[in-house]
Design a protein around this ligand. Structure first.
Ligand code: FES
Ligand code: FES
Length: 157
């Protein structure tokens, strides 16, 4: 059985007929071709599929597309400005070499952006605790923490 789903993705209204069981991550990757949202585990453990839904980080493999009916979704493709200028968090990841293979990076960046809303001046421990749902198989955690602290400092001015 199919259902019509409509939402805003990266500021653009989109809608499609999908099977009821279609995961949000599948809809994003296969219908919208926004392949920066990755699938690492499909069981809500790795965080590679993280996107923002109505401003909060969620794991898009953990909900079906129709649960985001009418929602505002932000994927990694919508984080930089339209002219390509990187967001503060993306720039900090680049500056501090916070990625190796890059597979976890979109989810890390989106989770880190959400983290700073609640922890504008996070300690290393808070960063590590808040990001425990995002796994980096390259074990690049040290530089990821550094990047998030740097982005927080930039945002605090
Ligand atoms: Fe969603 Fe791993 S693919 S948490
Ligand atoms: Fe490779 Fe994190 S940079 S998985």
């Amino acid at each position: 059985m199919t259902v019509k789903v409509s939402m805003n993705v990266n500021g653009k209204a989109v809608s499609a007929e999908v099977e009821e069981r279609t995961l949000l991550v599948t809809y994003i990757r296969e219908n919208l071709r926004l392949t920066g949202t990755h699938v690492g585990c499909d069981t809500a453990q790795c965080g590679a599929c993280t996107v923002h839904m109505n401003g909060r980080a969620i794991k898009s493999c953990n909900i079906v597309a129709m649960q985001s009916e009418g929602a505002d979704i932000l994927t990694i493709e919508g984080v930089a400005k339209p002219d390509g200028t990187l967001n503060v968090m993306q720039e900090a990841f680049r500056e501090h070499h916070a990625l190796q293979c890059g597979f976890c990076t979109p989810g890390m960046v989106l989770s880190a952006m959400d983290l700073l809303k609640n922890y504008p001046d996070p300690t290393e421990r808070e960063i590590r605790e808040q990001l425990d749902g995002n796994l980096c198989r390259c074990t690049g955690y040290h530089n990821i923490v550094k990047a998030i602290k740097a982005a927080a400092a930039t945002m605090r001015g």
